[in-house]
Write a new protein. Structure first.
Length: 318
């Protein structure tokens, strides 16, 4: 891997991530590598400014934080084909990140190379993770971006590595909504409940799993449609082909607005009469794995504590 320009993306508000970012930056600069440090979080998005002011996309984005920091980087960097290497520094569960112990800096040795030497020697694997894209079509034909107070990208396209989900935008009445789902031009169901999740295989271990959805291996390209606390026992999660075109319509009175979320971050608001079209994104996220033969099942066993259910804490001889 060419390693001339690196963006260090640290989780904002995490002192551990900030300190580690400075250590990595010093080590990289000693090797003659150009480094830019930025901080990312729910209230801090550095990527528009970086993409506008830097000479071009970096050779590598090194992310120090949790899964949320990785998701933010993937949404913005996937269109540019930037590989992302992440470490769980100041994060929580860390499904997408490496353990911090693998972030080894210092002198390189032939028998035990450091992190930067491993990258330059191509001693890693590169995973291509499917992403989703959402666009909003307004019922009145007027883009939300036409409003001076609206976000310029309120109607999209929005990208998501984990999921999009639709939740009620109500403060004073029961927080439920009615959503109609259309797949490839055919109405499939109407969901009354707390909302609807549209997830990738990567996102199947996130909100979708918490809502009772299936776990999909990230090597599969598919889309999970999962209702959130539906008021009908017949409303179940379904898995559809990756090239499906999903259209979600909020139904009901004009006050029944619905909020669209992307990877846990606010995306836009929909009124009854608007519709949101979700489909496979044009660019995959590139996640760099230091293990050349990574095991997804080992990750599940470790992160979900499946090994705790094994007899004597270990697998059988079978």
């Amino acid at each position: 891997m060419r390693l001339e320009r690196v963006w260090l993306i640290a989780r904002s508000g995490s002192r551990a991530a900030q300190l580690q970012a400075r250590r990595c930056a010093d080590d990289l600069r000693e090797r003659g590598i150009s480094v830019t440090i930025a901080f990312s979080g729910l209230a801090q998005n550095p990527f528009p400014a970086l993409l506008a002011t830097e000479e071009g996309p970096p050779d590598l984005a090194l992310v120090l934080g949790g899964d949320g920091t990785v998701l933010g980087a993937a949404r913005h960097l996937a269109p540019y084909g930037v590989p992302i290497l992440s470490f769980n520094v100041g994060g929580h569960l860390g499904f997408l990140t490496h353990e911090r112990s693998l972030l080894r800096l210092g002198d390189d040795r032939q028998d035990d190379p450091g992190l930067w030497q491993r990258l330059q020697q191509d001693r890693f694997a590169l995973e291509r993770r499917m992403m989703l894209e959402a666009r909003i079509e307004r019922g009145d034909g007027v883009s939300a971006a036409a409003s001076p107070s609206a976000d310029v990208d309120a109607d999209g396209p929005h990208g998501a590595l984990n999921d999009f989900y639709f939740r009620p935008c109500l403060d004073e009445v029961s927080p439920t909504c009615l959503l109609e789902l259309e797949i490839d031009g055919e109405v499939v169901d109407q969901y009354r409940g707390d909302g609807l999740i549209i997830a990738t295989p990567t996102g199947s271990t996130g909100y979708a799993m918490a809502a009772g959805g299936p776990i999909l291996h990230p090597g599969i390209e598919a889309i999970v449609v999962n209702p959130i606390c539906p008021m009908s026992l017949s409303s179940r999660a379904v898995v559809v082909p990756p090239r499906s075109r999903l259209t979600i319509w909020p139904l009901g009175e004009s006050s029944r607005r619905v909020k669209l979320w992307k990877d846990g971050a606010h995306a836009s608001l929909l009124d009854p009469g608007d519709r949101c079209v979700v489909q496979q994104g044009p660019h995959p996220a590139l996640l760099l794995q230091l293990e050349q033969s990574p095991s997804y099942y080992r990750t599940l066993t470790h992160k979900l504590h499946w090994a705790g259910s094994l007899t004597n804490g270990e697998a059988s001889s079978n």
